[in-house]
Design a protein around this ligand. Structure first.
Ligand code: SAM
Length: 241
């Protein structure tokens, strides 16, 4: 029977492999989830798929699990970046969690001309991505990048990566990814802050060869709603849904 508890570990997984637990992991498994020696735990590390493991040692400050059998192969998401301007803390957390659940390969917070929040805690956001992968059954954890300026990201934009630019100025238009122009391959979705994009940013983004300007319907969505809507549309059209 497969384990009910899933945990991300930064440790190799494979036949005959044992996995040492740190204090936090031991506290979660043996203190919070009340598991003991012999219990099953599903582990993944973002590289080796999901493995069913058995508890060999259970202590307050640590423990050891032993790999029994692989229960899922590694399933990589499509090569999709979600680029967004951080908003209020809880809503930023929501965007990262949903992006990880919905299948983003990388999550990139950017500072735009009208960004509300100039700072993020990258480590906290990365932990949210890990938790989301743990609960959704994924075997991959997207990297959450450090905050960078949108202009700097665009300065070094990879030539082959197409961009779904969600532009609130197109509200009410019926623009979506033109099937002929939008082909599979590396992609990114860009969502702006509460204040939207500046004229200068919009001009630059419209001029980019890789840019596909998209409307998300007849109403202005909050940035967190827009991120979920855009990922849904992209995944259905070009992704792994
Ligand atoms: N303050 C802006 C305004 O009133 O025009 C709205 C910004 S909106 C809250 C945040 C971001 O969500 C936008 O920058 C855009 O990327 C995306 N967005 C929201 N609604 C959209 C729509 N209908 N079409 C395209 N993008 C949208």
């Amino acid at each position: 029977m497969n384990a009910k508890v899933r945990l991300y570990v930064d440790h190799p997984l494979g036949a005959g492999q044992t996995v040492p637990l740190d204090r936090d992991q031991a506290h979660y498994l043996f203190g919070v989830m009340r598991l003991s020696v012999g219990a099953r735990v599903a582990l993944f590390n973002g590289r080796d798929g999901e493995w069913q493991t058995e508890v060999l040692e259970a202590g307050k400050r640590g423990g050891v699990l032993a790999c029994v059998a692989q229960s899922k192969p590694l399933q990589l998401p499509p090569d999709l970046w979600l680029i967004f301007a951080p908003i209020k803390k809880a809503r930023t957390d929501f965007i990262v969690e949903k992006a990880a659940e919905m299948g983003a390969a990388r999550i990139l917070p950017v500072a735009t001309d009208f960004t509300n929040s100039e700072r993020i805690r990258q480590d906290r956001l990365q932990a949210h991505a890990v938790e989301a992968a743990e609960q959704c059954g994924g075997t991959y954890v997207p990297e959450v990048a450090e905050l960078q300026k949108l202009s700097a990201l665009l300065d070094h934009w990879p030539a082959e990566r197409q961009l779904m630019f969600c532009d609130e100025a197109e509200v009410g238009q019926r623009l979506f990814l033109d099937v002929a122009a939008a082909s599979a391959g590396p992609w990114a979705i860009l969502i702006g802050p509460e204040g939207g994009f500046s004229d200068a940013e919009r001009k630059r983004l419209h001029a980019m060869e890789q840019s596909h300007v998209v409307s998300l319907g007849p109403r202005i969505l909050r940035a967190d709603t827009a991120a979920v809507a855009a990922m849904t549309l992209w995944q259905k059209r070009l992704g792994d849904w």
